[in-house]
Every structure is written in C-alpha cells, then in structure tokens.
Design a protein around this ligand. Structure first.
Ligand code: SF4
Length: 727
C-alpha cells in the first residue's frame, strides 16, 4: 500500500472524447511501469462549467484505453509475408522518409497526402498543417472534421464572418425559455450537456427536431417541450416554414433586423411560398405544430419579453448535401428573432469531436492556415510564412476536401502516399468500401494511432502514438474555450508523440523547417501564427492557462489577442466568452442573411430503395469505436450493430424483431439485427455507425457532398430492407 503522504496528486485534465471536454482528475497509480495490467490512472469527475461535475460512461471508463491489450507499443512495418511486424523507430521512420522522398521526386510533392483528426491537440493539428505545407509542400491535407463541423462552419463564416461553435458560454443556455435543438442527440452523445437544457424544459420550451424519437427527443415529453419528427432530409423545410410563420404573424424583431443584419428582405421573399400547410406535405410535420413552435420561440425572445431563446444545430442537420443551407436557415430564424449577439440568446452549433473546434483553426483544413486564415489570402500566407521561416511563394495553395481527397487516392494524377493521423477512415468515411479500395491503390499508407484501428491494419507502416493522459497540450472545446490537457502517465512501450514523429520525419526528409517537439513551445509558435486572425490565440500560453486555472479560472476563450487595450485578466486580455455583442465579424459589422431553398436528399427513396436510412450514435461508443470497443464495460452493453425499424415496416418487409435484416443501398449491402421500435417513422430505419465489417453502415451511406462545405451526406440515403438470407 502507498502511504497517504506519498500518494500522487491528481492531475486536472479533460476527457479524451467529445467536444464538451468534461473536467476530470487523473490520479496516477503509484507504479506506472509500462506494460502493467493495472491502469496507470484513476478517473474522477471534476467540476467544470460544461459538465457540472458529471461524466458519461465513456468518460468514466476512458482510462481503460491507456492499457488496451492490443495497444500499439512499437512501430510496425509490413513484412515480405504481408504481415505487420515490429520494427525499430529508426527503421520505420527511415523507410517512410525514403519512400516519401522517392515518390515526391518521381511524381511531385502533391503525391503525398495527409489526413488529420479532430481529436488531435491544437499543438498536433498545427504541426501537422505546417508539416504538410512547409515540409512536404503538398496542398493535399484535410481532416475528419470535414465530416463533423464543416457545414456549420461554412454557414457561420458566411453569416457572421467567424465560426465559433457556441459563440457564448454553454452555461448561458440555462436561462433560456426556449431552445430549438435540430439534429442533435445530446442525451447520448454528451449526456452532461442535458443539464443545460433544464431551464428550457421547465419552461416547456425544449423543441427537438429529429426524424427519430431519440433519448434527447424524449426529454421534451411530459409537457417539457415539443418533438418534431420530419421526414429524413427535410429539416430545411421545417426551418423555412418556421420563418414563414414568424414573418406572416409579424413575430420577427424588426428593429434588430434593421440595425444588425443585411439580406432580410431577400430571405423574406424566399420563404413566402413555404406556408405551413405546404411544408407539411414535404416534411410531414403538422402545420399546426410548425405554427406552435414558431410562436413558442417568439414568446421566449427578448424582443417580446421572454427570458431568451437559442437555436442549436448538430450533425443530424449538418451532415447533409444541403447542410450549409439548412444551418443558414437555422441562423436566419435566430436572426429574425433578434437572438444572435445578445446575452441570454443566440445561435450555436454543438461541435462533436474533442478538438473539433481547435482542429479547424490551426491549419488542418485544405483551404486554411493557422488563425483560421484563408490559404489563398496573400497577407495570411506572408504572415504564416514569416512565422515558419519560409518563403510564402513555396507554400502550396488550397487542396481538396476530405471526400475528394480520399476518392483521388491512387488514381492517375492523384496522391500515391497517405499519412493518417488519429482517424479511422475505413469506418468513419462515407461509402466506406470505396475508401478501402482507394487505400489499397496507394503505394504507401502510413497510420499514426494508439490502437490497431481498421485503417491501421491496412497500412504499410503503423506508428504508435501517445494519447490523452500521456501528453501535454491544449484543446479548444465546443465553446471556443482553450483548455489544458495534462500528462498523468507515461506511454507504454515505445509509443511517441506525433510532435516527435513529425519532427523526425522532417529531419529525415532533409527539410530545414524546424518542427518543435515541446508542446508549450509549439503552442507559443501557434499563438504567433494565429495573431491577427479571427481565431487569435496570441495572448495565450500554457503558462498563462496554468496560472489562470491555479487562480480559479476555467480556460480562456478566443479571440484572446496579445496586443489589446484590455489587460484586465492576469495583466492580459480576458478572452472573449461572448462574441458578436457589438458587431459581427463581417466587413460592415452586420450579420448576412442568405436566402436558401430545399432541394431534397441526393439519394432519395425510390421503388428499388423505398426506405430512408438515418445514422447516428449510441451512448456507449464514440465515433468509429476504435477506443470504446476496447472498453469491456461499454462493449458488453452494446456489443454489435443493430437496425431500428418500425413494427409496421417490419411486418411489411417480413423482418421480425430480433431477426437479421439486410439493408441494400446503391453502394453496398450489410446485415444487422433488427430492433422493432416506434421511435422511428414507418418510412425510416436507423443504424448507429460505430462498427466495421458486415454491419458497417457507412458501407451504405452516400459520398455526395454539400456544394459549399463539402460535407458528405451521412445522415440520409435510400435503402431496401429485406430479411437476410438463411445461412
Ligand atoms: Fe463528457 Fe463527452 Fe467525455 Fe462523455 S464523452 S465524459 S460527455 S467529454
């Protein structure tokens, strides 16, 4: 037993999973020798504004992944017999650098592509972007945040000139009378978030829009709100009808529209034809329900004496070929009610991945440089090139977004090598069989990960990385709050940080571009690179964040510039919990309202595929499940994929409750156990997407993308549902 006086002190950090970034303490075990069966840390929840002291099952069990039995502890190289075999770091890195050099010499620098992740720390995301642009000089970099946040980011940038998921602290939600929540199942994806809905629920004002009666939709039961259950792919019509009612019944905040927005007349004309009875024929939501919701939102709005109202969007409406248009319509509703840029009301997007916000600010996106700057902006290129010590003319231009990048792999003229960091694309990307084909066509696939994910198992070289509790760094949560991730345990075996891996590769590639390996120093460089950008971190550092926290603070929100008249917080800028209060980040300071219209899903139902398929998440698993499938407590609860279908549909197609169903789309065929439930519409089936193999639903989803954001349409496609053949 360890004497109490010698017990290690808890380390304050945050959950490795979603963007709520719940606070947790990690108490290091007395003996952290690598390879021990016992876990190196104990997790306990920590009071933090986003979680209020709570954790979900994923967070509670997150330490298990640190010692997963198949945790990668040494580099692996595919041997002559086709097996992945252990190798030394020198051998693996020399092999990767040699093959990258040879491919680039033969085909040009753009033959190497990089795919990043929304779970990487800010420091890693920044370094990955710098490695791609300044070391490899390839334009071909994008990341899995394209599958997560891109539609909301595109709509937010267009409307407000700035994309910060929640432009206000999440705790502000508690004071609202009404919250319109579109396409988000927070009760399962981020359960502690539900506490922030309590105010609206007690006021009877929680409105959930979801084609499925999810756990979140059920929060609106018992007089606490309203659940609207539209036909999949028609959320946009719901929003167009809501705005129609607000205008027709003169419920909009005219003074706000005149003072703070542009484009409202165009938008008003564009919704004139979407009267509720017409909308009902498309989206299936009764016209009177649409009117009721519009009036409820208006009554909660400050301009009509309410305590406040929010419009929030999630992946359900964003992962659509009309995702940017749908989020734009949600923003238009919020602007029409005068909610945005007002304390106690607003519009926000619920970011999904742990660092989905920071991941898109520091240069992983194909069209952006650090500071959320456009890569085609000459001033931005000059600024970032100066920080990197390179000639701006040597920086590549924009690349192509994730789906186009993955589709181009191994094609004539397309990339012949791919480096994947923290992403499991053969499970999480749409049209997954095609992704697998494209990876197989590469000359070189290198995967950096903590476990042998399905994508890692296809690689030529696998490089083992540190994770979460084994590293220092920062994350930026769904509120734009920059928080510290802290090391509480040593990594097992020879796992190394991506910062070290990228620096070593750069050196072996003969680059004279310096890549840092100390997270605090990398953050300082990131902060300099972001200075003057919309996501300005220049007033932040690890030391400042630590000191702020030691004094009772809870992270600092960007923008937090170094050079500013306001030095009211520790002698520095206090950060910006709420943006848009004075003006929007557009050239004229006004929010832009943009007219949009409904086009329908890219892969709509038809006689040979008459059922809508929608996909989503379960409480126990996270994303592709690479981590949570390795947690026995979670795996026991939901061990396999399943398909939810309405009993009426089950009877019609001959698939009983508990039977094996076959789902066929234009992309593939999968099978899963049927669960009868009236939570889904009779024209719709639902499947979670956390699995690979025969029940991998992304083998069915379409890789059609939104024309503005390049977000793939994960959330709806057309399938045929039949009984699986007898074995
Ligand atoms: Fe919190 Fe999300 Fe982690 Fe659950 S997964 S504990 S909601 S951060």
């Amino acid at each position: 037993a360890v004497p109490v006086a010698d017990a290690p002190a808890p380390v304050a950090t945050h959950c490795p999973y979603c963007a709520l970034q719940c606070g947790m303490d990690l108490t290091p075990a007395a003996d952290q020798r690598a390879g021990r069966a016992s876990l190196p840390v104990t997790v306990t929840p920590r009071q933090f504004p986003t979680n209020g002291g709570g954790l979900c099952q994923k967070g509670w069990t997150s330490a298990t992944v640190l010692r997963a039995p198949d945790r990668l502890t040494t580099p692996l190289v595919r041997g002559a017999g086709g097996e992945l075999v252990p190798a030394s770091w020198d051998a693996a890195l020399d092999l990767v650098a040699g093959r990258l050099s040879a491919l680039a010499a033969e085909h040009g620098p753009e033959t190497v592509a990089v795919f990043g992740g929304g779970g990487l720390t800010n420091e890693k995301a920044y370094t990955l972007g710098k490695f791609a642009r300044a070391v490899l000089r390839t334009p071909n970099i994008d990341y899995n945040g394209r599958f997560c946040m891109s539609s909301a980011a595109a709509a937010g940038n267009r409307a407000f000139g700035l994309d910060r998921g929640l432009p206000f602290p999440v705790t502000d939600l508690a004071g609202a009378d009404a919250i319109l929540l579109l396409g988000s199942n927070v009760a399962e994806t981020m359960p502690p978030f539900v506490q922030h809905l309590a105010g609206a629920r007690s006021a009877g004002g929680l409105v959930v829009v979801d084609p499925r009666r999810s756990a979140t939709a059920r929060l609106a039961d018992g007089g606490q709100g309203i659940h609207l259950q539209p036909v999949p792919g028609t959320d946009l019509v719901v929003l167009l009808a809501l705005l129609h009612v607000l205008l027709a019944e003169r419920l909009v905040d005219r003074a706000y529209l005149d003072a703070r927005t542009s484009g409202s007349d165009d938008v008003a004309r564009s919704v004139a034809a979407w009267w509720p009875e017409r909308a009902e024929t498309v989206c299936g939501v009764p016209a009177e329900e649409l009117r009721r919701v519009a009036r409820l939102l208006a009554a909660a709005s400050p301009s009509r004496g309410g305590r406040g109202a929010y419009v929030l969007t999630g992946r359900g409406v964003e992962q659509s070929a009309q995702g940017t248009a749908t989020v734009t319509a949600a923003i238009n509703v919020a602007l029409a009610l005068g909610l945005v840029g007002r304390v106690g009301s607003g519009y926000g997007c619920l970011t999904g991945q742990g660092n989905g916000q920071g991941g898109r600010e520091h240069g992983q996106k194909c069209d952006q440089l650090p500071g959320y700057r456009r890569i085609d902006d000459p001033a931005a290129r000059a600024h970032v090139a100066a920080v990197w010590g390179v000639d701006p003319a040597t920086l590549p231009g924009p690349g192509v977004p994730a789906v186009a990048l993955l589709t181009s792999l191994g094609t004539p003229g397309g990339p012949r090598a791919l480096l994947v960091h923290g992403s499991n694309v053969v499970v999480s990307a749409p049209n997954a069989d095609r992704v697998r084909e494209r990876l197989a066509a590469l000359d070189l696939l290198v995967v950096c990960d903590v476990v042998p994910s399905e994508t890692a198992l296809l690689a030529d070289v696998v490089l083992p990385t540190t994770q979460w509790a084994e590293e220092e760094g920062t994350m930026t949560n769904l509120e734009g709050r920059v928080i510290r991730r802290r090391r509480a345990a040593g990594p097992p075996g020879e796992a190394r940080s991506e910062l070290w891996i990228l620096a070593e590769l750069a050196r072996r590639l003969g680059s004279d571009v310096a890549l840092g390996t100390d997270p605090a120093a990398v953050f300082d460089e990131l902060a300099r690179a972001s200075a003057g950008g919309v996501a300005d971190y220049s007033g932040l550092s690890h030391a400042r964040l630590d000191a702020h926290e030691a004094a009772g603070g809870e992270g600092l929100y960007w923008p937090c510039p170094a050079t500013h008249a306001d030095t009211s917080c520790d002698g520095g800028h206090p950060g910006t919990p709420r943006v848009f209060l004075e003006r929007f980040a557009t050239p004229d300071g006004r929010a832009r309202m943009v007219a949009v219209d409904h086009a329908g899903p890219s892969d709509d139902v038809r006689p040979d595929a008459p059922v809508h398929l929608v996909t989503g998440r379960v409480l126990q698993h996270y994303q592709s499940g690479a981590q949570t499938h390795r947690v026995p407590e979670l795996e026991r609860l939901v061990p396999e994929p399943y398909v939810e279908l309405h009993p009426l549909l089950g009877l019609r197609v001959g698939v009983g409750d508990g039977a094996l169903a076959r789902l066929t789309s234009a992309r593939g065929v999968i099978e899963a156990t049927a669960r009868w439930t009236d939570a889904v519409r009779p024209d719709t089936v639902f499947m979670p997407f956390h699995w690979s193999g025969a029940g991998s639903v992304n083998r069915l989803t379409t890789d059609a993308v939104d024309p503005v954001s390049a977000m793939p349409e994960f959330k709806v496609c057309a399938v045929a549902v039949t009984p699986a053949a007898e074995p």
